[in-house]
Design a protein around this ligand. Structure first.
Ligand code: AP5
Length: 208
């Protein structure tokens, strides 16, 4: 049966970095709600116009909008192995995901919690740069882009917005740790390690 894995953790914990590796090496389909919303913003769609207001303030979009996006994506992907990166982020979204997976005949295999301190998050996000053409993620200090690569800084990677995103994570998303612990789905990885070591820990959780 197709694998369904959730990446849970604060902004900047390295979820996108690890999802990129699993996609490349194991063919997982990487569903990042943040990437979907950023694409909508850059195309100027109706969704993008709504999303931009929330994202620039570091706030979450309403559950109904996000759940609709995920439902459409999962239906479109059929039987592929998927990583849900950045979804669910509220208890309401987690409950909606349970119902949706049930409807689609999918199991939730693992929720991987990326554990990391707020101070490390701020260090990582203030140095993050992205190649807008490929979506590849870099860091000015830990993983600098190759010379000649044009990179940009995300609008929500400014220090005041990063702090707001962290507050939102602690108040609205961290209750999911208990939610998934009770369901015996939660696996914790120490996200402060090097990207290679975090990757090894994830492979061992997924028995890959
Ligand atoms: P989203 O894009 O999901 O942002 P996020 O969860 O805040 O996560 P990030 O993408 O910031 O971090 P990451 O964990 O992927 O870290 P990365 O690998 O890049 O969401 C953005 C916004 O969209 C939200 O604020 C909200 O408005 C909206 N939204 C999205 N989903 C939603 C939902 N479900 N409901 C409602 N609203 C939603 O790594 C970070 C940096 O660290 C990089 O520079 C990287 O190179 C570096 N790095 C990574 N790993 C390591 C390592 N091991 N050691 C050293 N450096 C590392």
């Amino acid at each position: 049966m197709a694998l369904t894995v959730v990446f849970l953790g604060p902004p900047g914990a390295g979820k996108g970095t690890q999802a990129e590796k699993l996609q490349k090496e194991y063919g997982f389909y990487h569903i990042s709600t943040g990437d979907i919303l950023r694409e909508a913003v850059s195309k100027g769609t109706e969704l993008g116009k709504v999303a931009k207001k929330y994202m620039d303030e570091g706030k979450l979009l309403p559950d109904e909008i996000i759940v609709g996006i995920i439902e459409e994506k999962l239906k479109e992907l059929g039987n592929a192995n998927v990583i849900l990166d950045g979804f669910p982020r509220t208890v309401g979204q987690a409950e909606a995901l349970d119902k949706l997976l049930n409807k689609l005949g999918r199991n939730l295999d693992a929720v991987i919690l990326f554990e990391i301190s707020d101070s490390e998050v701020i260090r990582r996000l203030s140095g993050r740069r992205v190649d807008p053409k490929t979506g590849k993620i870099y860091h000015v200090e830990f993983n600098p882009p190759p010379e000649g690569t044009e990179v940009i800084q995300r609008d929500d990677d400014k220090e005041d917005v990063i702090k707001k995103r962290l507050q939102v994570y602690h108040s609205q998303t961290s209750p999911l740790v208990e939610y998934y612990k009770k369901k015996n789905k939660l696996f914790v990885v120490d996200a402060s390690k090097s990207p290679e070591d975090v990757y090894k820990d994830i492979l061992s959780v997924l028995k890959l």
